[in-house]
Design a protein around this ligand. Structure first.
Ligand SMILES: Cc1cc2nc3c(=O)[nH]c(=O)nc-3n(C[C@H](O)[C@H](O)[C@H](O)COP(=O)(O)OP(=O)(O)OC[C@H]3O[C@@H](n4cnc5c(N)ncnc54)[C@H](O)[C@@H]3O)c2cc1C
Length: 338
């Protein structure tokens, strides 16, 4: 039976450092402990919150229920051929430590995703991405426990319906499954992805950058640009980059010639949310005790360790003024609880 800790302060378990109290906290290390934790919340008639590294959640107040943290560990090489390996990894493994492990083993593909905080099990939920790579490009399948039945189900890459910071687990299957392991298909020979301009710039002059060199460059860029949550509490990008029609983009471009955008396809383009927030005058501003980070306007910080409601109040002001200025809605990236 896993240990249920009552009246538990979650401050150290969320990167926004919100001092929210959970009615109960329980760390689970395998499927049977997970089933017991879910059964406990059902019996007690309490809601549950699945927690990985707490780097993509906003606790707006205390959590009146059971927080279940996934701590399962394990990596298993389940298949290989001449060119690829298939590595099955437990949900509770730390993401960046996995990236380091794969590089040391000579398994390539995850290097552009270095230093993203959080757990392996949460990575598919929002299809984490950075520096030109999304995790969907490396996932072959995953296993998940259906909360209602307790049964374990396999999901192929296609059935996860991955999109930009998106998957089926945020839509039709929201709150129905716990991801328990993820299987990655990784290359045995390097296949560098240097499509992202900042990465090209950082590696200019390096003739054939190794995956380790790419990882080092990503770590250097991230460390310079993003605040370390251990020092300045944050959840990374607070908003998704909005996708708009090319028609709307040309109207905006006629008014704002320097607007930053990336083509998605013939009909749509992605806007840099950081540019919109900056141009709306929010970079470095403080309101309601929370702050828009001065070096990266997409990041909202919680320097006073307030409840998430303070950060959400700032987020609402930013959304309203970006909408008033550009007619563009900013969608939040982290999930809000309770
Ligand atoms: C400084 C910083 C930089 C970041 N940079 C990036 C970036 O470059 N790219 C990017 O995509 N993201 C980025 N993020 C966001 C975050 O790191 C990712 O979303 C990460 O995958 C969250 O993992 P986690 O374990 O912390 O999830 P948590 O915050 O613990 O949980 C997030 C959500 O997933 C659910 N969940 C967690 N584990 C499971 C599971 N096993 N099964 C089912 N549901 C689960 C939770 O209930 C919650 O709804 C950044 C965050 C920070 C703080």
């Amino acid at each position: 039976m896993p240990l249920f800790l009552p009246h538990f302060n979650l401050q150290k378990l969320n990167t926004l450092a919100v001092p929210a109290i959970a009615d109960y906290f329980v760390a689970v290390h395998n499927d049977s402990e997970l089933r017991e934790a879910l059964a406990f919340s059902r019996t007690e008639n309490l809601p549950h919150l699945l927690l990985g590294g707490g780097s993509n959640i906003v606790l707006q107040s205390d959590f009146p229920g059971v927080v279940i943290q996934l701590k399962s560990q394990g990596k298993e090489l389940i298949a290989e051929d001449e060119n690829f390996v298939w590595l099955k990894v437990s949900a509770g493994e730390n993401w960046h430590q996995l990236v380091e492990y794969t590089l040391a083993e000579g398994f390539y593909g995850l290097e552009n995703l270095s230093l993203i905080p959080g757990s392996v099990g949460a990575a598919p939920i929002q299809n984490i991405g950075a520096y030109g790579v999304e995790v969907k490009d490396l996932i072959s399948e995953l296993t998940a426990l259906e909360i209602r039945s307790g049964l374990t189900v396999n999901f192929t890459n296609e059935s996860c319906r991955f999109g930009y910071r998106d998957s089926i687990f945020k839509h039709t299957l929201k709150d129905q499954y716990v991801i328990t392991s993820v299987t990655f298909c990784l290359a045995k020979t390097p296949r560098p992805n240097l499509s992202y301009p900042a990465l090209q710039h950082a590696l200019a002059g390096v003739e054939k950058p190794t995956p380790q060199a790419i990882s080092d460059a990503v770590i250097a860029i991230r460390s310079e640009k993003l605040p370390d949550p251990a020092l300045i509490p944050n959840v990374g990008s607070f908003f998704k980059n909005p996708i708009i029609s090319t028609g709307q983009l040309s109207v905006l471009r006629s008014k704002y010639p320097d607007i930053v955008s990336y083509a998605v396809n013939e009909d749509s383009a992605k806007l840099a949310a950081a540019w919109l927030i900056d141009r709306a005058g929010w970079r470095g501003k403080t309101a309601d005790g929370a702050q828009v980070h001065v070096q990266q306007a997409l990041v909202l910080t919680n320097p006073q360790h307030l409840y998430g409601s303070a950060v959400l109040a700032l987020a609402k002001r930013v959304q309203d003024s970006v909408y008033a200025e550009f007619g563009v809605s900013l969608e939040m990236e982290p999930r809000v609880y309770p």
